[in-house]
Design a binder for this molecule. Structure first.
Ligand code: NI
Length: 226
């Protein structure tokens, strides 16, 4: 699990929120598949709306520019972000995200390796609404400041607790990684971060850094599935 601080700055969150206030909202259960639909109670911004699509593309571009995310996820595909709203006891009960997703308006399918939530409301704006993720260490509640994001394995069972007061806005998306294996992906992330830190601190000479870069890229080359 990875938390990305300030994926969006405060003024950007403001701008997202202003746009979300103008959008048409639909019953979220219509976009859930199978068993998930029965436990999903929220509203979702209409993905056919042109303004919504612009906003989704804006967020998609930001995700692609976020080095920490790229390093951790090594994304091959990112699903166009969806925007949702929880209020008046809305909740999304325990469920699993679909393994295979069809990209909108396309024949292309992708595998969900990682799920992501970008929080667009401050924690003080609503009661409840924690994202609860089942991990090997138990259930982990996640409720982050607006603009922060959490990335977690799509294989984990999770829920969004009922929002008992106020409104919770969030964007969600899924990523297919070039590296399907979680532990290998984490090891590559550690290696990449160590290289970045050595570069910043100038603790390694050029030749050593080149060697480490070479090792990193050769591992990605060997194990990536495109
Ligand atoms: Ni989910």
């Amino acid at each position: 699990m990875l938390i990305i601080d300030s994926l969006l700055e405060a003024d950007e969150v403001q701008s997202y929120r202003q746009i979300l206030a103008t959008l048409p909202w639909q019953d979220g259960s219509k976009t859930a598949m199978g068993m998930a639909a029965a436990v999903k109670r929220n509203a979702q911004a209409d993905t056919n709306d042109a303004t919504l699509r612009q906003l989704a593309n804006r967020l998609l571009a930001r995700l692609g520019e976020t080095k920490e995310l790229v390093s951790a996820a090594l994304p091959l595909h990112i699903f166009p972000p969806c925007f949702n709203r929880y209020q008046d006891q809305d909740e999304y009960g325990w469920h699993v995200d679909a393994a295979i997703m069809r990209l909108p308006n396309s024949h292309q399918v992708m595998r969900s390796d990682l799920s992501m939530t970008v929080f667009l409301s401050e924690p003080e704006e609503y009661d409840g609404g924690e994202l609860l993720i089942t991990t090997e260490f138990g259930e982990l509640p996640v409720k982050l400041p607006a603009g922060h994001a959490v990335l977690y394995p799509s294989s984990s069972v999770h829920k969004v607790c009922a929002v008992t007061k106020g409104t919770r806005f969030a964007a969600i998306t899924w990523l297919q990684s070039m590296i399907a294996d979680h532990s290998l992906r984490q090891t590559l992330q550690q290696l990449d971060q160590t290289i970045q830190s050595l570069m910043v601190n100038q603790r390694a000479n050029r030749q050593e850094l080149d060697q480490l870069h070479n090792v990193y890229h050769n591992l990605v080359r060997q194990f990536s599935q495109l």
